[in-house]
Write a protein that binds this ligand. Structure first.
Ligand SMILES: *Cc1c(COP(=O)(O)O)cnc(C)c1O
Length: 235
């Protein structure tokens, strides 16, 4: 586990990379948000970046959100779910997060809508798109994203804010850029369809190894874990 100074130095480097990529990008405009991906990172390490001014965290598992909640709910930060959400974990997930970035099926959208009706509240969602074609990844194929947007738009408790995709391993450098381009193109098609209540302001793509490419292709939110907190323990 890295000490405070190492984490802060990494954070500074990542912020510098983001600024540089944003200044040179070919697609997109405006700020690029940084989400810190905190799976397996202990709450006291997460507190280091929040104290440094970071406000956006992402967790992959509901169980880990629950474990860290006592600590993190006292900090001035916003949490997103960035991992796969099982339908039977919907009620629990909604206790901790303001955005679900992994909406990948209409059954899950229906389940969220029912629970949000009971709670009389709303949640932000991103539609997860599988842009790499790897069968191990969740998300709808790019050509089904518009259909999922239309179906989800009928559910008034879900506020669609954009799209999310998980990139390829860094070793697939030649495939990374086309995969991020596919997310941007899917975003453009949905935007062009002008569906009521559907916003496409967020393109959540890019991780530690490839955030520069993602920003060049129009990312508005990069999700960085190991680049700030160091290598994760192997599962
Ligand atoms: C772990 C994770 C990240 C961050 O990956 P790093 O390579 O550690 O930066 C981003 N997005 C998702 C969905 C993740 O699970």
């Amino acid at each position: 586990m890295l000490n405070d100074d190492e984490i802060l130095a990494n954070l500074h480097d990542v912020r510098t990379r983001i600024d540089r990529a944003a200044a040179q990008r070919r697609h997109g405009s405006g700020d690029v948000r940084l989400l810190l991906a905190t799976k397996t990172v202990p709450a006291d390490r997460i507190a280091v970046v929040v104290t440094a001014g970071e406000r956006l965290l992402g967790e992959n598992r509901v169980q880990e959100l629950a474990q860290k909640d006592e600590y993190l709910s006292a900090l001035p930060c916003e949490r997103h779910l960035i991992g796969h959400l099982q339908s039977n974990k919907v009620n629990q997930a909604l206790r901790y997060v303001t955005c679900i970035q992994s909406l990948d099926r209409v059954e899950l959208a229906d389940r969220l809508q029912r629970r949000l009706d009971t709670l009389d509240t709303t949640v932000d969602v991103l539609l997860q798109v599988n842009t790499s074609g790897e069968t191990s990844k969740f998300g709808v194929p790019p050509d089904e994203a518009l259909t999922l947007a239309r179906q989800t738009a009928k559910l008034d408790r879900l506020r669609i804010q954009g799209l999310m995709t998980i990139g390829l391993p860094a070793s697939d450098a030649d495939l990374i850029r086309p995969s991020y381009r596919r997310l941007r193109e899917a975003r453009d098609r949905i935007r062009d369809a002008q569906i009521d209540g559907v916003h496409m302001g967020t393109l959540s793509m890019g991780m530690s190894a490839d955030l520069d490419i993602a920003i060049d292709e129009g990312s508005t939110m990069v999700r960085v874990g190991s680049g700030v907190f160091g290598a994760r323990p192997r599962p």
